[in-house]
Design a protein around this ligand. Structure first.
Ligand code: AMP
Length: 188
């Protein structure tokens, strides 16, 4: 089982690339943002707990996120591999993921960071807002989400860099070119 963390700021193209990677490699997709939005939409207890964070573009507390992620992994014992999209976003989450994967005799094999400038990310989220009406793509939240990324989430990169697992891919350009760059890492 090979597991991949796809890393990048909001709007970096993680969702788009995830879809293509799943179609090609059969990963089980675990997008913490999608799961939170599902819970909010269905008004579950977890949805109630996390709604204010998503509404304000803030990170959900680590323990809530880690517990939810572990449950999702446990629901898929037959998975050939997991694609983690939007997780980990803090160093404690990364450490929890390492420990958890080790506990199930697995590991994070690849960490691929999509390199996209802040300016490009803002333009893309602007466009996405017009099409998809995601609850957390509203203008006032975008600033917060981007600053959460640059203040907290970027610190996850050195964690994986130190493990020698981090690979960076240019995230600006044709979707297909970016996809091929990711595939060449996975196929190497
Ligand atoms: P995303 O769709 O990945 O951009 O996530 C949307 C929102 O869900 C974020 O702005 C956070 O409020 C929350 N969220 C998603 N993943 C995480 C995570 N790993 N840790 C904390 N909050 C998260």
């Amino acid at each position: 089982m090979k597991n991949l963390v796809l890393f990048g700021p909001p709007g970096a193209g993680k969702g788009t690339q995830s879809e293509k990677l799943i179609a090609r490699y059969g990963f089980v997709h675990i997008s913490t943002g999608d799961i939170f939005r599902y819970h909010i939409k269905n008004k579950t207890e977890l949805g109630d707990r996390v709604q204010a964070y998503l509404d304000n573009g803030l990170l959900v507390p680590d323990q809530v996120t880690i517990d939810m992620l572990q449950e999702e992994v446990a629901k898929n014992p037959e998975a050939k591999g997991f694609l983690f999209d939007g997780f980990p976003r803090t160093v404690p989450q990364a450490e929890a993921l390492d420990a958890f994967m080790e506990g199930i005799h697995s590991a994070i094999h690849y960490v691929i960071a999509l390199n996209v400038t802040e300016e490009e990310v803002r333009t893309r989220i602007e466009k996405r807002r017009e099409i998809s009406h995601r609850i957390d793509d509203e203008a006032e939240k975008v600033d917060k989400r981007i600053s959460e990324y640059f203040s907290k989430t970027v610190h996850v990169l050195p964690h994986y860099e130190a493990q020698g697992r981090l690979q960076r891919v240019q995230g600006i350009g044709e979707i297909e070119t970016i996809f091929q760059d990711i595939c060449s890492i996975l196929d190497a």
